[in-house]
Design a protein around this ligand. Structure first.
Ligand code: GLA
Length: 386
């Protein structure tokens, strides 16, 4: 499938602009555990996957940028340096990148771009982070700007925060840009130290079940969760002035401050604190090659997202509940920002065919939809293709 997409992107670019100067593969990501912990300076465990956006680009001839989304069959033209929000949505991620380069004092000449790929939009696989950081990566290479991968990931996050208005954390951009083949990224979002954990067991597969409920994170409930956490931190600071984020809070400290908080803020904080502990427990289990314990933590993560953080939806809960009791499933949970998208499931290879049948039935019976199931490979991060 992939070579076909690359050819489509190349051919479309060549038809409109002549031969491209650079072709970039920017992958989506899956997160195995640690949701909504990144912007609380906590821990996450994502990986880049074999779904990606491909961008063909080269410096433009005039003082305009011409951008084409092949999959959406849309074009956007930008007069260099004049930025404004677009109703199309996707141009804002690219404009946001240019604004951030400019904020760093880096002049970027106009660029033409064509992109397309196979990361489903709004499915919790981070198509937006792939697009944003892939575009920044390409510009960095085209004009020899000298940013390293971490700087590109951070720039991508700022583009989403500032121009798009999505107050996301760093996880998606980091995983997309710094992912490695057959590897999970145990990332500490406080200092961005990262342990690259090999994950190459041939007997276990990472499987995504797409609820087909589309989320839109730009603003909305995601940002509300983030500000509820910030409210919690403000209240907790009255008790512990030294703390910086929920990362610094133990369950006991939270309980002591509970009378000062409204119930919703308490539940949000309680989830984040427990989720951080679950990531660490899951990572320890992984180090012991104990995927059963790893999977139990995944299930509990889902319950926390469902009951305390309230970011799942009935479709995701149905898929998770069928999966967790299916034979050969080690763990199942929603992955990504929430309010739709996919569950991620750790499934024993020998049970894979049965799992697909059981989930197929669940999709049809409980969701009234045809199943969309992706068996993922963990892949390397953003790269220039020859
Ligand atoms: C979205 C955001 C990430 C992260 C996840 C939830 O994917 O972009 O920064 O907060 O949600 O874990």
């Amino acid at each position: 499938m992939t070579p076909v997409i690359i050819d489509r992107v190349r051919e479309a670019f060549e038809a409109r602009f002549g031969r491209e100067s650079i072709l970039i593969r920017a992958p989506g990501r899956v997160n195995l555990i640690g949701e909504h912990t990144d912007y609380n300076e906590g821990y996450v465990l994502p990986a880049a996957i074999d779904r990606a956006i491909y961008l063909a680009m080269k410096p433009g001839k005039e003082s305009q940028c011409h951008w084409v989304s092949l999959d959406l069959n849309q074009t956007f033209d930008l007069t260099a340096g004049i930025f404004s929000r677009s109703e199309l949505g996707w141009p804002d991620y690219l404009q946001g990148v240019l604004v951030e380069f400019s904020a760093m004092g880096i002049y970027v000449p106009p660029v033409d771009a064509v992109f397309g790929g196979d990361i489903p939009i709004g499915s919790g696989m981070s198509s937006s982070a792939a697009l944003t950081t892939g575009f920044a990566f390409a510009i960095n290479s085209l004009f020899n700007l000298g940013l390293d991968r971490v700087a590109i990931a951070k720039l991508g996050q700022r583009a989403e925060n500032n121009f798009v208005g999505m107050n996301c954390g760093i996880m998606d951009q980091f995983a997309s840009v710094l992912g490695r083949e057959k590897t999970l990224l145990q990332l500490d979002c406080r200092d961005l130290s990262c342990i690259f954990v090999p994950f190459s067991r041939a007997d276990v597969r990472v499987v995504l079940c797409d609820s087909q409920v589309k989320h839109s994170h730009a603003g909305g409930e995601y940002n509300t969760r983030r500000s509820q956490c910030e409210t919690g931190v403000e209240i907790l600071k009255r008790h512990h002035p030294e703390i910086v984020s929920l990362r610094d809070i133990s369950p006991d400290m939270l309980d002591a401050a509970r009378p000062d908080m409204d119930e919703v803020v308490y539940r949000r904080c309680s989830y984040v604190i427990a989720e951080n502990q679950r990531v660490l427990a899951a990572c320890n289990a992984l180090a012991d090659n104990d995927l059963a314990t790893f999977g139990v933590n995944m299930n509990h993560s889902h319950y926390g997202m469902r009951d305390e953080y309230e970011i799942t939806c009935p479709e995701l809960d149905a898929l998770q509940s069928v999966a967790e009791s299916a034979a050969g499933v080690l763990g199942s949970r929603m992955t990504g920002g929430g309010f739709g998208g996919c569950t991620v499931n750790l499934v024993e290879e020998v049970a894979l065919a049965d799992f697909q049948n059981i989930m197929g039935e669940a999709f049809r019976q409980k969701l009234g939809k045809e199943p969309i199931i992706h068996i993922c490979q963990l892949k390397g991060g953003t790269e220039e293709l020859g």
